[in-house]
Design a protein around this ligand. Structure first.
Ligand SMILES: *Cc1c(COP(=O)(O)O)cnc(C)c1O
Length: 402
């Protein structure tokens, strides 16, 4: 079978097949697993060939521009997101930076959902703002507010759904329609669900950004990010990446490729564990609200059922007794890892108000609804019964000194 025939069969394949095989180009060695090209530059056969490659931009020159292992990762994630092209970056934040740097000019404005990742807020407010780009934040699920926030200079709408850590679900198609009507572009951070559970481009978004560090890796090893979208937009991202250099390490791309192969089955397992824990948590003494889109009581449950193929691994809940009780909960756990990362096979627990959202001002934090009694758990792949026992230990300690 020749390569063309292989590519043709692959192009007609279904997502599970793409996740395992898309983008792979075998070398003359005939390796079965994707090759790892740890090389910063590439050699040319002659001075003329070097000049030609520099002139036409085709072929490998330098790994800040292109790297074969990174390219396989980009093609595979593009296939999974249904995108014309993907561009890999050094981290999720580098992907968001690249989106801003390639799509915005001085004087432009961004409309952003409140409750996006803490570093995203910092990047927009402290750094992108320095270049004369303004940001208007809106309540994620108030579509009148989205509409009202758009002005003649609005160039980009940015949202994250489900939101972190409150798990609000935003109607992507609805915000995409608002963006289109105003000639603005919608960028969606799809980190929490991944293309296995949600495809924003199919819902009308213009660009998807990811922190590959989370579920795409799936085992908490490497930092990385990626942007996906139509070629016309990605060309600008490529130009920024080549000049600025926040590119993905080939080693990390190789790890992420292995992550993509098992992405859907992991996402389904994360979702099943999280759903079981969310239902169970609601009945526990000392627990206030439980935020998880899979619960029928969640305000956007119906939307989540429509828009997503699963509810994801992240949930949050409040414990009676404020910050002290939340900290007692966390300190009493023995199995879960106290860490801000998520999207790992290992369950993680964190107190958002004093960690991931700790650098925000009190006003910013309360505008986002991050209270002192809130705890976030990113449910991993351990046995649900063991995770429940650990949560029960925490809840017992949280109730103890009240
Ligand atoms: C972690 C995260 C990011 C940033 O990704 P890094 O890889 O840590 O730079 C962006 N958005 C969301 C939703 C995240 O969880």
């Amino acid at each position: 079978m020749n390569d063309d025939e292989r590519q043709r069969i692959l192009a007609a394949s279904r997502p599970d097949t793409l996740a395992v095989r898309a983008g792979q180009v075998r070398t003359a060695e005939g390796e079965h697993s994707e090759a790892l090209f740890l090389t910063s530059s590439y050699v040319f056969g002659s001075a003329a060939e070097a000049a030609g490659r520099f002139a036409d931009g085709g072929g490998n020159v330098y790994s800040r521009y292109t790297n074969p292992t990174v390219r396989v990762f980009e093609e595979r994630i593009a296939a999974l997101e249904g995108a014309e092209q993907a561009v890999a970056t050094a981290s999720g934040m580098a992907a968001i930076l690249a989106a801003c740097m390639s799509l915005l000019d001085a004087g432009a404005r961004i409309v952003c959902s409140r409750g996006v990742f803490g570093s995203t807020t910092m990047l927009l407010n402290r750094f992108i703002a320095k270049f004369g780009v303004g940001v208007d934040y809106v309540d994620a699920t108030d579509y009148t507010a989205w509409e009202a926030a758009l002005g003649p200079r609005t160039r980009m709408l940015f949202l994250e759904t489900p939101s972190n850590p409150l798990c609000e679900v935003i109607d992507i198609a609805r915000v995409a329609a608002i963006a289109k009507a105003h000639g603005a572009l919608l960028v969606v951070d799809n980190c929490f669900l991944t293309p296995a559970l949600q495809q924003p481009l199919a819902l009308g978004a213009d660009m998807v950004v990811h922190s590959a560090t989370k579920y795409i890796d799936g085992q908490g090893r490497c930092l990385g990010g990626v942007l996906c979208g139509r070629r016309e937009l990605m060309e600008q991202v490529v130009a920024f990446q080549r000049s600025a250099g926040p590119c993905m390490s080939p080693f990390n791309a190789w790890v992420f490729l292995k992550g993509l192969e098992t992405l859907r089955i992991r996402m389904e397992a994360h979702s099943a564990n999280a759903l079981a824990i969310a239902h169970w948590l609601r009945g526990q003494p000392g627990v206030g609200v439980v935020n998880y889109p899979g619960l029928p009581t969640h305000p956007q449950h119906a939307l989540a059922c429509r828009q997503q193929r699963g509810f994801g691994g992240v949930l949050s809940f409040t414990v009676d007794g404020g910050r002290d009780a939340a900290w007692r909960f966390i300190d009493a756990t023995r199995l879960m890892s106290i860490t801000a990362n998520l999207g790992d096979a290992k369950t993680t627990v964190v107190h958002p108000a004093t960690t991931t959202h700790g650098r925000l001002s009190d006003a910013e934090r309360s505008a986002q609804g991050i209270t002192q009694e809130l705890i976030r758990i990113a449910v991993g792949l351990e046995d649900v019964a063991d995770i429940q026992e650990d949560i029960a230990r925490g809840l017992c300690a949280a109730r103890a000194q009240r």
